[in-house]
Design a protein. Structure first.
Length: 51
């Protein structure tokens, strides 16, 4: 999200189960987020279309 995102928008995004990452994003933070997701999400989980 950019700095001009409103608190309401951040709440909506989090409510959809998304992570909120403020810009600028440093690569070490990205690595940390990927590792957290890898541990949290089971290996047999697949993507599905969202309407």
């Amino acid at each position: 999200m950019t700095g001009d995102a409103t608190p309401e928008l951040e709440k909506k995004v989090r409510g959809m189960g998304c992570h909120v990452i403020q810009k600028p994003l440093h690569l070490d933070k990205l690595d940390e987020l990927i590792e957290q997701a890898r541990v949290f999400i089971s290996a047999d989980r697949t993507l599905s279309e969202i309407d």
